[in-house]
Design a protein around this ligand. Structure first.
Ligand code: DLL
Length: 440
């Protein structure tokens, strides 16, 4: 496969923090952690009450491991302080507000001081550089602009890097494709599911997606699999790398995969302290074990966040391309996305892996959960590849059902539908439709 070159940045291009020794990094983290705990405790009533109830005080943090003594923070805590109760500075010092829509109830609101916006831009610039972007590149941003952190987060970072930003936002797919042809961006930033929508649009117009100037795609905001990386890279000839983040912690750019290694995401540990805990009882787990990811911000002024429970499942691994910064393994799912089907845990990304390796299946699929009798049933609706012969469909469905049984251990049903019949993503894709009857 011929892909664009994906060289590591020269050492002098890196931020000083990317070149620190481990001792320097840990000392910086401790100093910043102690500041953050004091800042949160003295400025945010929620944290003061939570620390007091837990019997801890910021002075109890003498080394990094002491973080485990402090209480965790959840999305519910942010919701209860709606809209501005978690802000640690007077509202006039908040330069920017973002919010995550949330599927139900109140959105969670986050605020940034001018200094926070600047740090965020620095970290996204660092992320784009780690992905292969350089000053002077054209960066096509197709994450949504608005209260969602994707568009503006990517935008400010690309500007900070010294790139030429093309602020497309999501949607208007034919126009996106036209402008990729006309403006010749080297870098594109969007959700992986929306990238698939764009690739299809290229092919529909008879434009070879491998013929563009694109070299790197920086994909995140939703879980995606290694198979999806292969699918995108093979169809476009670009490097597909992973970017992670969440609004409660900052937005995109909390961690980033380096293009030269493509082996998981380096957490920018000079600004965020990661931990992994048992998702059930919250006890700390050592690096190398999978669990729920927690973050403590180390520099945020507007909304310091202490031990935020992301609900994302991952493993912390030693650094590679940035030896001092730990990596997190690809997030294959959130505990919220977990489908427990007759006692077996199933993540949509596991089904994605299988769909993508089943001949005749396009990468567009939907999961439908229903109630049959007193049991839950999962149906996988997958589009046929446009070039797949109609008589292959039955076999593809049977292959998929068998592969899911073998790999995941559950029985599902599969329906192969006509090409271009399932809804396309223009941003974060909702794969699961839960049509189960509420339990009595
Ligand atoms: O999705 C921020 C973002 C924008 C990240 C653009 C990357 C690119 P939220 O809307 O608050 O923020 O959603 C955060 O999305 O807890 C994960 O469950 C999921 N997520 C984000 N990035 C990834 C990724 C943005 N690379 C939630 N892989 C997080 C898997 C991801 N899941």
């Amino acid at each position: 496969m011929s892909t664009a070159t994906g060289d590591a940045p020269a050492a002098e291009l890196l931020d000083p923090a990317e070149r620190m020794s481990l001792d320097e990094l840990r000392a910086l983290q401790l100093q910043r952690l102690q500041w953050t705990l004091r800042h949160a405790y003295t400025r945010v009533p929620h944290y003061r009450a939570a620390f007091d109830a837990h019997g801890v005080h910021p002075d109890d943090c003498r080394e990094l491991a002491d973080i485990a003594k402090f209480p965790t923070t959840t999305k519910a805590d942010l919701r209860e302080s709606y809209p501005f109760g978690m802000f640690a500075v007077p509202r006039e010092q908040i330069a920017r507000i973002h919010a995550s829509s949330g599927t139900t109830g109140r959105p969670t609101v986050v605020g940034y001081t001018a200094g926070d916006v600047d740090n965020w831009a620095t970290l996204v610039a660092r992320s784009i550089r780690a992905a292969g972007g350089r000053p002077g590149h054209r960066v096509h941003v197709a994450y949504g602009y608005g209260l969602f952190t994707g568009g503006l987060g990517a935008h400010y970072g690309a500007e900070k890097l010294g790139a030429t930003v093309i602020p497309m936002s999501g949607g208007m797919t034919p126009r996106q494709v036209q402008l990729i042809v006309d403006f010749q961006p080297e870098i594109i930033m969007l959700t992986p599911s929306y990238m698939l929508t764009l690739i299809d649009e290229f092919e529909r117009r008879g434009v070879d997606p491998r013929s563009t100037a694109l070299q790197v795609g920086i994909f995140g905001a939703e879980p995606w699999s290694e198979r999806m990386r292969t699918e995108i890279e093979e169809r476009t000839g670009i490097h597909a790398v992973d970017i992670y983040g969440l609004s409660e912690v900052m937005g995109p750019g909390v961690s980033q995969e380096c293009v030269e290694t493509k082996d998981g995401l380096h957490v920018w540990e000079d600004h965020f302290l990661p931990e992994v805990v048992d998702p059930l009882d919250g006890t700390s787990l050592p690096d190398g074990e999978e669990g729920e990811l927690l973050f403590t911000s180390l520099t945020k002024e507007g909304l310091p966040i202490i031990r935020y429970r992301t609900r994302d499942l991952t493993t912390l691994l030693p650094g590679t391309a940035r030896p001092q910064m730990r990596r997190m393994a690809r997030v294959t799912g959130r505990s919220d996305d977990l489908i427990i089907l007759r006692g077996v845990n199933v993540f949509p990304t596991q089904i994605e892996e299988i769909v993508l390796r089943t001949p005749g299946c396009a990468p567009h699929f939907q999961l439908v959960l229903t109630t049959e009798g007193r049991m839950d049933a999962l149906a996988v609706r997958v589009e046929a590849r446009p070039d797949a012969p109609a008589e292959r469909r039955e076999r593809a469905a049977a292959d998929l059902v068998r592969a899911v049984k073998e790999a995941v251990g559950v029985t599902v049903t599969c329906e192969i539908v006509d090409p271009e019949t399932l809804e396309r993503s223009v941003g974060k894709l909702q794969r699961l439709r839960d049509l189960r009857e509420p339990r009595a």
